[in-house]
Write a protein that binds this ligand. Structure first.
Ligand SMILES: Nc1nc2c(c(=O)[nH]1)N[C@@H](CN(C=O)c1ccc(C(=O)N[C@@H](CCC(=O)O)C(=O)O)cc1)CN2
Ligand code: MG
Length: 286
């Protein structure tokens, strides 16, 4: 029987745990852990994600502060806001929703966030800490994927993990995290030759490419654990449906465990943002 890893249920559990800890934090310090959420422009998907982050923050007992900025804001004004949030003692975590409009320099914005408040784990200091196997703020999607893997695997040591995709948000930090868990890690991407063959040797397959249903049944070793990070909106007969990067119907019978889309990695990304904010607040006040 294939196990379906229920991201919605697991995320609710993570949020519950954060809420318990956040209450203890409030009792001890007299303030709630504070999360500043910065949204630039009106991208519909980003608006949904930010709304869900604010909702989850309330459920987690965090204080969320939303900053909605117009799409044509200049770099200087955005930098000034980040500076102000860096200095605000009530703000323990800063989240800038990506992607930013093209005229803004995403790397410059990420680099201007204090590493201690970088709850996305995208700052080069956190990237370096994670890559060198040290305590770091771990990006929310890979952290969520790891928590899901631990639900179905006692020990990841020595497992061959194949990560499909090399983005800064998911692929690269996922590979670093799996290495820290003592996996043998292979990263494959759009220029990799024999990609199907390499994937079919994986005990753990994490797919984050943004290509609907790319991974087919013959790419997957029987009994592998499959984590699908893709969220693709696909039109069928005039209606839009969300599809992962994995052909779920075909792959589920081959895998020992698999995450669905929707309701898999996505909700865990948001829950892990709450977890990171609590961690950041605790580290800043201890
Ligand atoms: N600053 C950041 N920007 C972005 C991140 C990030 O981690 N930090 N990740 C993605 C978007 N993202 C969170 O920001 C995100 C995407 C999807 C989901 C989610 O729950 N998806 C649902 C389906 C949603 C739908 O119905 O459209 C699911 O998978 O069930 C959560 C968070 C890029 N930007
Ligand atoms: Mg851009």
């Amino acid at each position: 029987m294939t196990r379906i890893i229920d991201g919605k249920q697991l995320a609710a559990q993570v949020v519950d745990d954060v809420a318990t800890e956040a209450k203890l934090f409030l009792d001890k310090h007299g303030v709630k852990p504070g999360l500043a959420v910065v949204l630039v422009g009106e991208d519909p998907a980003s608006q949904v994600y930010v709304r869900n982050k604010i909702k989850r923050a309330e459920e987690s007992g965090l204080n969320s502060i939303e900053h909605k900025l117009p799409a044509d804001i200049d770099q200087n004004t955005l930098d000034q806001l980040i500076d102000q949030l860096n200095q605000d003692p009530a703000v323990h975590g800063i989240l800038v929703q990506l992607p930013l409009p093209d005229h803004l320099d995403e790397n410059a914005v990420i680099n201007s966030i204090l590493p201690a408040k970088d709850v996305d784990g995208f700052h080069p200091v956190n990237v370096g800490l994670l890559s060198s196997g040290q305590d770091a703020m771990v990006p929310c999607t890979p952290l969520g994927c790891l928590i899901m893997l631990r639900q179905v695997m006692d020990d990841l040591t020595g497992k061959h993990a194949v990560v499909v995709g090399r983005s800064n948000i998911v692929g690269k930090p996922m590979a670093a995290l799996l290495l820290r868990e003592n996996c043998t890690v292979t990263t494959v991407h759009s220029r990799t030759q024999n990609i199907e063959q390499i994937c079919s040797e994986a005990d753990i397959l994490v797919v984050a490419v943004g290509s609907p249903e790319m991974v087919k049944a013959d790419w997957v070793k029987p009994g592998a654990v499959v984590i699908d990070v893709g969220i693709n909106s696909v039109e069928h007969d005039g209606a839009y449906k969300l599809k992962g990067d994995v052909d779920y119907q075909a792959v589920a019978p081959v895998a020992s465990a698999i995450t669905p889309v929707p309701g898999g990695v996505g909700p865990m990304t948001i829950a892990c943002l709450m977890k990171n904010t609590l961690t950041a607040a605790t580290q800043q006040l201890s």
